[in-house]
Design a protein around this ligand. Structure first.
Ligand SMILES: [Cu+2]
Length: 80
């Protein structure tokens, strides 16, 4: 999966009630994280750098794991 400010984000599909596992690999030289708009997840994975989680450094990765409790769609934002 690739997130770029120049392209629409990918569509992620999951099953309500099942866990979702995503590894965010930062292929840039900047710090980043992923924020999950509208999704109820652990604060430590909510992707607000220095507030809810430490940012992902360039070349590093972070594993997001959370249950899909809600049937509604949600959005992803790359934060830095
Ligand atoms: Cu939000």
């Amino acid at each position: 999966m690739s997130l770029s400010p120049d392209a629409l984000p990918p569509v992620l599909l999951g099953t309500q009630g099942k866990p979702m596992h995503l590894r965010a690999e930062n292929g840039t030289e900047d710090y980043t994280a992923m924020h999950w708009h509208g999704l109820r997840i652990a604060n430590a994975m909510d992707g607000v750098p220095y507030l809810t989680q430490m940012p992902i450094a360039g070349g590093e990765s972070f594993d997001y794991t959370f249950p899909l409790r809600m049937p509604a769609p949600f959005g992803i934002t790359r934060t830095a």
